[in-house]
Design a binder for this molecule. Structure first.
Ligand code: CJB
Length: 843
């Protein structure tokens, strides 16, 4: 099946010349100097930051040329488009990716060399575009790269947050959050579209009016803002296609309140501006658990409303009001429940604005929408109080009520064979609007249910996760609509996450395979299996890893001032800090290792495998337990790193402000990476795939995409431990079967007694995993501890046999072919979107 999919794209006319942007005939060095002179008023004496700005603004023009050509072509061809609606796009930096994807690396590296700069250093001057929290936002960014690379007509739609993900700093070992002011120096990668703006309303009242023989519904919002479009061109790799990420900025309808201004009330004159700008001001820093704030709902509606108006306006320009054609020309992917208000908004636009009748509009809406679920955390399924929604979006609340009436009525009919009592129970359990189980006086709109009812396809993001969605989270719905449910295992772009972030390894792979085609056909990486046991290839592979480790060592030195042993095993866990991801379990095993080393004689220690452990990740600002975990990491690191007995054998560093760019440095250097979530809790994980591509061994639980990674890599090459998802419900119920371990109890006593200071602050952490108390240790750290330590022992034994370790490392990269987001996107395109490649041929 996979081979077939590759073939489908290969059928495109590959003989067409790849004509990328670049009408400018000015050679790159002169062009960079021109940009600096005319955009920044600089005349020589450049800083590295200047070199970045000049280069970026020069590359931008080529990007825009390519973008314009692609869109001219698509306008002419009028293919079906997919629109990826996402509250988050975690793009990271753009310079390297753009230059490499456009095939301009030689030209610009040379230009910068002539000016006395090195591309890599210059690229470091760029700030990350951090418009996302973690996996979900980064997935959206990888998907855009793959959509463009596969020539699929598709755009992303989201919010141009003024402040992205907060910057994390450490103060005395505690996390502090600082605002991410990322736009102050301008953004060469975006293009403001002054001609693309839409009005978005909130609040107000809804009335019925007679219009001839028809009754129409008119919504008069009490608050209005303008959504201003910014385009962010997305270059594909090895293709002329450059697609688009359109982000919306909220601006006031009028500059300021003239009346108030003339009356001298300047504060009031500015109020509307502040209120409007507040909508796109800041990204909520919550990962996997929603923030039930009104402003969040406002953000969701804001970008969905603008995006749908934008798509309909382009549709109408070509097809007038032939809306039955809409599902053949456009489809929308809802990235989690965040954009689910699209179900009601598309209905409103079709019924109230375009005058379609309800049933016709409903058919079109459900054909156009699809929903991806990204998390099993029950608290993460968004539910908005009816009261809040009725006040902010009164017409949408009415529409949702009508949808729910139709749905529950249909459902009752569908379940007619059940006993009345049983039927009523099932219908109530599946109602989109239901009581708040914690507060009987409150009614909620269940956004996941709305998304399922309003969509053609519903998918999870890894095989095990899609099964959990079907069997548990949305089981009721699965029973009614089994064919709606699909799996689309996540993937990551091999351009950013292997080729561009690890050019040394990429060169070695290309050399071994005799082709660089693996960059957009990762199945070819399987060819590396033939070299896995080849000693001379292993030596080259190892030399690349060493060079990458040296870079990470430099970074640790810069941040912490310490020199680390570069011969040590580099052991990494980087991801959002969350109890279910179990960074705490990792720290406990590090403490255990430390205690064992302390007991050894100097001679014995020399036989131990030295490790440098790195943990990185942000804790949501209000997530108290996660912040305590960070403090535990830094406190344990402070003790271990300073201990002269053990510091040659064990280090622990917390690297602050984990973001996309930091990941690009850390992942190529990693030898062991940890993906140790409680089985059944991590929907997929995507950093596991990035590590795998870079030849990093995995210690992990039987969870998310770890399972498929193990299948592709060979399970014997992966350090798997812990309880399986199928056993967990039973274990949680019958607590007497939970495993205990004397080593665990000893560690709890150590933390409680203040071995790492701050004992009061750590007390809630100790209490949270005390599984003697019912309801505690929900994520089963104590239960999995012994098997985790055993897996760690296997890691040590394997590392002592470097040839075996390197063989496995090569097998990881060789087995990573499945985890390219190109494969994922091909599956979405074929099974859900029915969108076909369309490669621009305009020269
Ligand atoms: N995920 O990053 C988020 N945020 C959410 O709100 C919900 C889920 C993550 O999405 C990734 C992409 O699908 C998954 O790999 C990851 O397991 C999940 O936690």
């Amino acid at each position: 099946r996979r081979a077939l999919r590759v073939h489908a794209v290969a059928e495109l006319d590959k003989t067409a010349p790849i004509v990328r942007g670049g009408t400018s005939s000015v050679p790159a060095p002169a062009d960079i100097a021109n940009k600096l002179r005319y955009l920044f008023g600089r005349n020589g004496d450049y800083t590295t930051a200047d070199a970045y700005q000049g280069t970026a603004w020069s590359v931008r023009e080529k990007l825009i040329d390519s973008f314009n050509k692609t869109h001219e072509y698509w306008k002419k061809e009028d293919p079906k488009f997919v629109y990826y609606l996402s509250a988050e796009f975690l793009m990271g930096r753009s310079l390297i990716n753009t230059v490499y994807n456009l095939g301009l690396e030689g030209e610009y590296a040379e230009a910068l060399n002539q000016m006395g700069y090195e591309m890599e250093r210059v690229a470091d001057a760029e700030r990350d575009a951090a418009l996302g929290n973690g996996g979900l936002g980064r997935l959206a960014a990888c998907f855009l790269d793959s959509m463009a690379t596969l020539d699929l007509p598709g755009w992303g739609y989201g919010i141009r947050y003024k402040y992205g993900m907060f910057k994390q700093a450490l103060k005395n070992g505690y996390q502090v959050e600082l605002p991410d002011i990322w736009l102050t120096k301008g953004n060469p990668w975006e293009l403001r579209r002054d001609d693309v703006k839409y009005e978005v309303g909130f609040g107000g009242r809804v009335e019925r009016r007679k219009q001839g023989s028809k009754e129409v519904t008119v919504w008069t919002p009490s608050e209005r803002v303008i959504a201003q479009a910014y385009d962010n061109p997305i270059p594909g790799y090895n293709t002329p296609t450059t697609s688009n990420l359109r982000l919306w900025d909220a601006v006031p309808v009028t500059e300021f309140d003239l009346g108030a201004f003339n009356a001298g009330d300047y504060d009031r004159a500015m109020l509307e501006r502040e209120r409007a700008e507040g909508i796109s001001a800041v990204l909520y820093p919550n990962d996997s658990t929603p923030e039930g704030k009104e402003l969040r709902l406002k953000q969701q509606y804001f970008f969905v409303c603008a995006s749908l108006q934008d798509v309909l306006s382009r549709f109408k320009a070509v097809h007038a009001t032939d809306f039955n054609l809409l599902p053949e020309k456009a489809c929308f992917q809802l990235n989690d429940t965040h954009p689910t208000i699209a179900v009601a908004e598309l209905m409103r636009l079709l019924v109230d604005v375009e005058g379609l009748d309800w049933d016709q509009a409903w058919t079109i809406t459900t054909k156009c929408l699809n929903y991806t679920n990204h998390t099993v955390m029950p608290e993460a399924l968004e539910k908005w109080p009816v009261k809040v929604m009725a006040k902010m979006l009164p017409r949408h609340m009415e529409i949702i009520e009508v949808i729910n009436e139709g749905w529950t009525k249909w459902l009752a009919g569908h379940l007619k064979d059940l006993k009345p009592e049983e039927r009523a129970k099932r219908v109530a359990a599946m109602s989109i609007i239901h009581e708040n189980p914690w507060n009987k006086d409150e009614m909620l709109v269940n956004m996941a249910y709305l998304a399922v009812v309003g969509s053609s396809a519903v998918n999870g993001v890894a095989a095990i996760h899609s099964n959990i969605v079907k069997d548990e989270i949305l089981n009721d719905f699965y029973q009614i609509f089994p064919s709606k449910f699909q799996n689309k295992t996540n993937g990551v772009t091999p351009r950013r996450w292997l080729a561009w972030c690890n050019p040394e390894l990429a060169a070695l792979i290309t050399d071994a395979l005799g082709t660089s085609e693996w960059i957009n056909d990762t199945e070819k990486l399987a060819g590396l299996r033939a070299f896995a046991s080849d000693k001379s290839f292993q030596a080259k592979w190892s030399a690349v890893k060493k060079a990458k480790k040296a870079k990470l060592a430099q970074l640790i030195k810069k941040v912490h001032g310490d020199d680390v042993n570069q011969e040590a095993l580099f052991d990494i866990q980087i991801k959002r800090i969350h109890e279910y991801k179990r960074q705490y379990l990792n720290v406990l095993s590090i403490i255990w290792r430390y205690k064992q080393l302390k007991k050894m004689s100097p001679e014995e220690r020399k036989k131990a495998v030295p490790r440098v452990c790195v943990i990185g990740g942000k804790a949501a600002s209000a997530y108290d337990m996660a912040k305590r975990i960070i403090r535990l990491v830094t406190a344990v690191g402070d003790v271990i790193n300073k201990d002269p007995d053990t510091q040659d054998y064990l280090r622990l560093y917390f690297l602050p402000d984990y973001n996309v760019s930091l990941a690009e440095t850390i992942i190529p250097a990693a030898e062991l990476s940890q993906h140790i979530s409680t089985a059944g809790t991590e929907a997929s994980g995507t950093s596991n795939m990035k590590f795998q591509m870079n030849g990093c061994l995995i210690i992990g639980t039987w969870d998310g995409a770890n399972i498929e990674i193990a299948e592709e890599t060979g399970i014997e090459n992966v350090f798997v431990f812990g309880v399986r998802a199928e056993e967990i419900n039973q274990l949680r119920k019958e607590r007497k079967n939970l495993k205990t371990d004397p080593r665990w109890d000893e560690l709890m006593r150590d933390i409680e007694s203040g071995m790492f200071g701050d004992k009061d602050y750590f007390k809630p952490l100790v209490d949270s995993v005390n599984n003697m108390k019912v309801g505690n240790d929900w994520f089963l750290l104590a239960n999995d501890f012994a098997s985790y330590l055993k897996a760690q022992e296997e890691v040590d034994a394997c590392y002592k046999d470097q040839s075996e370790w390197l063989r496995r490392s090569i097998m990881y990269t060789a087995g990573s072919g499945k985890f390219s987001s190109d494969r994922t996107i091909r599956e979405y395109a074929e099974d859900i979107w029915h969108v076909k490649p369309s490669r621009p041929t305009i020269a």
